[in-house]
Design a binder for this molecule. Structure first.
Ligand code: HEC
Length: 124
């Protein structure tokens, strides 16, 4: 009985590794902005297709938190409700997953982004 409870905790811990089991804080400036600039900002800046269609710019913290013309895409502290994560993790309709028509994002980068959201989406 005791063993199976322990096993359950370990399993949950594994799946939430970046949140509950690691205290390393993800820095917006050092990790998130470079990721966005590499994978998103070419389209998500004024004049880019993504920005012109959705209003979402990935060029600064303020822009990212502002979201699209329809509202925020980051829910600080809760990645499952953040449409940013749903798109980036490829859980949305294939037609709208980001980045458009490009190869899948490196898993490690997606995890960092998710950890940043779950740690409160701070401007750190
Ligand atoms: C090749 C161009 C391109 C790249 C690269 C790109 N996007 Fe987009 N993005 C678009 C376009 C175009 C739209 C407009 C809506 C659509 O067509 O789905 C959009 C829309 C969005 C939206 C709004 C979706 C909505 O619900 O309205 C978000 C959020 C988004 N992109 C995030 C990202 C992120 C994060 C990245 C980087 C991982 C990224 N995009 C990379 C072109 C791009």
């Amino acid at each position: 009985m005791r063993m199976s409870w322990f096993g359950l905790v370990a399993a949950v811990c594994g799946s939430l590794a970046s949140i509950a089991c690691s205290k390393a804080e993800v820095s917006y400036a050092k990790a998130v902005q470079p990721f966005l600039d590499k994978h998103c900002s070419a389209c998500h800046k004024p004049g880019g297709d993504g920005y012109e269609k959705s209003g979402f710019a990935t060029t600064s913290y303020d822009n990212v938190m502002k979201g699209t013309k329809f509202g925020p895409v980051v829910v600080a502290g809760h990645s499952p409700s953040s449409s940013l994560m749903i798109l980036v993790e490829g859980k949305a309709d294939p037609a709208i997953n980001m980045p458009h028509g490009q190869q899948k994002l490196p898993e490690a980068d997606v995890k960092l982004l998710k950890a940043w959201v779950d740690q409160g989406a701070k401007n750190n």
